[in-house]
Design a protein around this ligand. Structure first.
Ligand code: PHB
Length: 553
């Protein structure tokens, strides 16, 4: 069982102090929904200001944090820690598609949750929410007594498990340690023992508005070869469509079929251990010298965190030797990091093999899995504008138009007044051409067939064959430059942003008055920083979108 977290027991002698302190800062930031001033972090962690400063600058260097003014902000790259657990667990990869199919078949939301101490944590969501306000995300945690899955897991608790639950209830009767939970609804704890017994007897558990009024669910455990529940699948609905009883009757047969298929999938061998993920895509700091990293960089913190990324797909259980090899750390260093991480509940060990626990998801996963593409893009667009001193934007395709989803203006007054949500015809804009050039052949042709060309200026391309040739060039060049086709005097240069599958999901641009630079200068000065920003947005998107769906707007 996962040890009770954090700071209740004193750290073992071999513990790596900087790693303990760095994780304390990350937890505080995660609890504050991803953003906190450095001053507040000092107060919340009880650490010295100079310590927090060093932790923050180290985590900025590893790409896990950003600093905005006085605030430290969690960065999408941090999700690689939670992703390491999710990949190692195989739950989203193996069971996610089966959960999605069940959600499609039932037309109800389906989620997968795992036990985490005396709580449960969501690892997959197939959401079909209609009348409901509340949606849990990957990494969100519930107390075991609230919701359907916890009663299934608690059937496995020993006396120490129940004691831990009672202590937590006494210490936090209002569930303040569970930010995902709506406040002040009912008393789920009173009936918990009874529900645990019923769940054990029936093999299913229901949630009749234990979390919030209207929200109901039925859950069934997924068991490993030894019969232990390793996760639970919930079908979630609303009292406007079902009672808890009618939901159970309606969905239990198909839910059970799905769970049987999931148990089957989990029982198949994981295959040969995958090659080291750390070596495959090393963080940039691992290539820098001590001198480049500077005196503020706390190497033992950064190295300790790379231990978490040694785990992953096909690398669910690792020996000390395997961790040392994957991270390039000396065995003694890897061992001390593992001991520290185990003490804090992020790693568990049995028979000399280490594995990650779902507690790793506590490190910002829930907050970061809520980010939208514009939110991911914004800091990179700000950096771009700071370097080129012209406005930058992001847009997505919406019917025949592009729609602005992010924009960082300069103070310079432009004749066009562009705000979020602004739409322009795709054919006459650089971002539109990048988006159209990224479409599969047939969709592109269909789009051109539907397009109603209007001569917006004397330069506008106004026929489909001409635009088709332009789009071929855009696809080959990897960027589009459009001068005065949308509006006289306006020039824009745009590049694509691609998701994990290489699909163009958005475009970013820099726009300016045509007199600011020649066409050639526009290309030579703006294209490199623009491509750089798109690459960094794409990198963040690939980490954030590995298991969470990142909305485009
Ligand atoms: C959910 O996935 O949103 C969910 C799961 C179980 C519950 C309630 C909600 O009991």
């Amino acid at each position: 069982m996962t040890p009770l977290t954090t700071a209740t027991a004193p750290p073992p002698q071999e513990a790596v102090g900087p790693l303990v302190r760095g994780l304390a800062v990350l937890r505080e930031l995660a609890a504050a929904d991803g953003r906190r001033s450095v001053g507040d972090l000092v107060r919340a962690t009880g650490l010295a200001r100079s310590t927090v400063d060093r932790v923050v600058s180290t985590l900025v260097r590893t790409g896990y944090l950003r600093v905005e003014g006085r605030d430290a902000v969690l960065a999408p790259r941090l999700m690689e820690l939670g992703n390491a657990y999710l990949a190692a667990s195989r739950f989203p990869d193996l069971l996610g598609p089966l959960a999605d199919a069940l959600a499609d078949g039932l037309d109800e939301s389906v989620s997968i949750a795992v036990p985490d101490g005396d709580g449960v944590r969501f690892v997959h969501q197939a959401t079909r929410r209609r009348a409901m306000s509340l949606t849990f995300r990957i990494g969100d945690q519930l107390p075991a007594e609230r919701g359907a899955p916890g009663a299934l897991f608690a059937g496995d608790w020993d006396d120490a498990g129940w004691e831990r639950w009672r202590r937590r209830r006494a210490a936090d009767p209002h569930d303040t340690g569970f930010p995902a939970l709506p406040r002040g609804h009912g008393d789920a704890a009173a009936s918990f023992a009874e529900r645990v017994a019923a769940a054990g007897a029936h093999g299913w558990s229901t949630d009749d508005q234990l979390i919030e009024p209207g929200l109901i669910a039925v859950a069934v455990p997924v068991r490993d070869g030894a019969g232990r529940p390793v996760c639970a699948v919930s079908v979630v609905s609303h009292t406007s469509r079902h009672s808890a009883g009618s939901l159970r009757e309606a969905v239990l047969p198909r839910l059970r079929e799905t769970v049987a298929a999931m148990e089957d999938a989990l029982s198949r061998p994981a295959g040969a251990p995958a090659p080291s993920p750390v070596g495959a895509s090393p963080a940039t700091w691992t290539r820098a010298s001590k001198q480049e990293l500077g005196p503020e960089f706390v190497e033992s913190l950064a190295r300790g965190l790379t231990v978490l990324t040694a785990f992953g797909e096909g690398r669910g259980e690792l020996s000390l030797t395997a961790v040392a090899e994957a991270t390039g750390l000396a065995r003694a260093t890897a061992r001390r990091s593992l001991i520290t991480l185990e003490h804090l509940g992020y790693v568990a060990s049995a028979e000399r093999l280490f594995r990650l626990t779902p507690h790793v998801l506590e490190l910002g996963c829930a907050h970061l899995s809520r980010l939208t593409l514009p939110e991911i893009a914004q800091p990179h667009l700000i950096e771009l504008v700071e370097s080129v001193h012209d406005s930058a934007s992001m847009a997505v395709l919406s019917g025949e138009d592009i729609q602005y989803v992010a924009r960082v203006p300069t103070v310079r007054i432009m004749s066009v007044n562009i705000t979020l949500g602004t739409r322009f015809p795709a054919y006459a804009t650089a971002m539109g051409r990048v988006l159209l050039a990224g479409l599969p052949e047939r969709e592109r042709a269909a789009h051109l067939g539907r397009t109603d060309f209007t001569r917006l200026t004397r330069y506008t391309v106004t026929d489909a064959p001409h635009l088709a040739r332009v789009l071929d060039d855009v696809a080959a060049d990897g960027h589009a430059l459009v001068s005065e086709e949308l509006e006289e005097g306006l020039r824009s240069i745009a590049v694509p942003v691609r998701d994990r599958g290489g699909r163009v999901v958005a475009a970013i641009n820099v726009s300016m008055h045509a007199s600011r630079r020649s066409v050639e200068e526009s290309r030579s000065e703006l294209l490199p920083p623009l491509l750089d920003a798109a690459a960094r947005i794409g990198d963040d998107l690939r980490v954030a979108g590995r298991y969470a769906r990142v909305p485009a707007g």
